[in-house]
Structures are given as C-alpha cells and as structure tokens.
Ligand binder design. Structure first.
Ligand code: ZN
Length: 325
C-alpha cells in the first residue's frame, strides 16, 4: 500500500540519545544511533522504499520524563520540539510531530504544549509514561490531581495524546531480577504502560474530559485482550473506583491503537474486533523496529482494502486533521 502514515516514529537529540543505548549491544549501537539522530537521509529512503508517505515524529524514551530537574526538563523539551519543527519545515509533506512535554512542572508543560501546537504546528502530544521529579525515586503518574489543568488544556486544544512506554519505576524493577531480557520493549514496557492507562481510566478522567483522544501503541499494550476481565472484576467489587462507567466504554469512544512493534495479524484482529477499524492506525516504532518489517507485514496481512486504507492512512488524516494530504 502506498501513502501509509506512521504514528510512532522516533528521533533523538544529543541530550536524550543516551537513554536508548542500554537496549542495544555495543556493536549495534553506532548504526542505531546514526539512524535515530537522522531526520533526513536514511529515514526518507526507507519510507520511499516501503510506501510510507509520512512519519509523525516523536522523541525517544524516557527522555524528558527522566530529567529530574524541572527547569532542565523544560529546556530539553524546547530543544527537542524546535529540532523536530525544523525537520518538519524542511520536509512538510513527509513529517509532522508530537510535542515532548516537561510533565515535572504542570504550568511549564501547558506552556510548552501551547507553543508546540500553536507556534510549531505539532499535531499531538506524546509523553513517555510517569515523570521523575527531583530524584530517581520521586515520580508522578498522570492521574495525579495536579494534572487536571493539563488535561483540560489538551481537551480544549483538541490534539490527541499518545501514551508511550518507559521502564517500570526503579522500586518495581525487582520483578524482573535475574531476567534482564524481559526489561524494556520485550515485556516491562507493556505492563508499565497498561497499568498507567488503567490508572487514568479508573480515575474518571474521561468522565471529566469526554472528548480527550488517547492513543496507545503496540496494539493497545495488551489492554484490548484483557479489558473485559478488568471490567468484570471491578463490577463485582468496585472498592471505590471513581470511574462511572465500564472502562471498555471509554476505550471504545476515546482510544486509538497503533500497530507499532506488533506485526502480528491475530493480535491485530483482536484489537479490530474489540474496537473497530476506525480506531486502529498504522505505526512502525522506527528505528527500534524496521520500517520494512512493519510495512511488508501490513501490506500483506489479511485485511480488506477498505480497512487497510483506513488503518494505513485515512484514520490518521482525520484524527490529526491533515487536511493538506
Ligand atoms: Zn516507541
């Protein structure tokens, strides 16, 4: 399929590059680091080869969310957003961007979000999970009441919010002690991100902000498969959960799921059967995954042409209001 638009397509800046190094063997790192820093040559060549018209860019993880000093977090977020905006201005037909935000300081996050969306033209927000504030062991999840003004502004701006994975908090990292191969994208990213999302759902966020659009990568971080059981158990024993409705209902109305890093047709069908083809969008997770692997799988998977066109392209045009495509 030609004209695909990808939603989880990462870049790094010098200040955040080192965050990705731990996930790669030493001999692979030089090539990987060159690819994630590149916002021109390799990227456009791979996109052309596999029929990707556009990448909606986002910073690597955890990046801003792991900068303990709020002022420095705000500074690096500005540098990242400016770098991305410059790349978009060089190739406006091929790139758009998600803003990175310093969630350590709510006012600074709101200020940078307004600048990124209104001045730099960002089409969404992407945050890498919880943010550490002050030191490694102090963190804020986004269901904390301090973020209420932030969610109000996201809803007002009407830009989608992408919850991207990061590793578990240091105090919870012991669950994989002795099993380093499970850390990161293999397993712990998904558990952490699904749990964070359930916190938001249970907090009643969508009762207060019914128009908030929320995106999950990796075909929903296991939640499309598990949500019936979560709702079923909460219905039997509510234990004071603030959310007024079954969590599935908020997801069906407000959630979008991307194919990033999950190039598996039965998993895609599970998400499609739960939420429908208007809520699933194409993504690769470049350069942590190969553009070629994502595109060859998607182009050949067992989907009708109408659904392929929706997932590969037109859902994104509608969600991000890409009216010039
Ligand atoms: Zn990613």
């Amino acid at each position: 399929m030609k004209g695909k638009i990808g939603l989880e397509e990462h870049f790094a800046i010098q200040e955040t590059l080192g965050d990705s190094e731990r996930y790669f063997p030493k001999d692979v790192w030089p090539k990987f680091s060159a690819r994630i820093m590149d916002l021109m040559k390799f990227r456009l060549e791979e996109m052309d080869e596999y029929g990707m018209e556009m990448m909606i860019l986002s910073l690597n993880s955890p990046a801003i969310q792991a900068i303990y000093d709020p002022a420095r977090a705000a500074e690096v977020a500005r540098i990242a957003n400016d770098t991305m905006a410059e790349a978009i201005s060089r190739n406006p037909k091929r790139f758009r961007g998600f803003a990175a935000l310093p969630m350590q300081d709510v006012d600074a996050a709101i200020k940078e979000m307004h600048r990124a969306v209104k001045e730099l033209g960002c089409v969404g927000i992407l945050v890498n999970g919880y943010s550490q504030v002050g030191d490694e062991n102090s963190w804020k999840y986004l269901d904390d009441p301090i973020y209420e003004p932030f969610w109000t502004e996201v809803e007002k701006l009407d830009v989608p919010f992408y919850m991207h994975p990061r590793d578990a908090m240091p105090c919870n990292a012991h669950t994989t002690d002795g099993h380093p191969w499970l850390v990161g994208a293999a397993w712990t990213f998904g558990v952490e991100t699904a749990t964070h999302t359930l916190r938001l759902l249970c907090s009643g966020l969508w009762d207060r902000h019914p128009n908030l659009k929320y995106i999950l990568g990796h075909l929903g971080e296991t939640l499309p498969f598990c949500i019936w059981r979560v709702d079923s158990r909460i219905a039997r024993e509510r234990r004071g959960v603030p959310a007024k409705r079954p969590l599935y209902e908020y997801m069906a109305e407000n959630f979008y799921f991307t194919t990033s890093g999950q190039f598996r047709t039965p998993a895609l069908w599970n998400t499609l059967m739960e939420f429908g083809s208007s809520h699933v969008l194409f993504a690769t997770d470049f350069p942590f995954e190969e553009v070629g692997d994502a595109c060859v799988w998607f182009d050949n998977c067992t989907l009708g042409d109408t659904d392929k066109e929706l997932i590969g392209r037109t859902n994104s045009i509608e969600l991000f209001k890409l009216t010039d495509l």
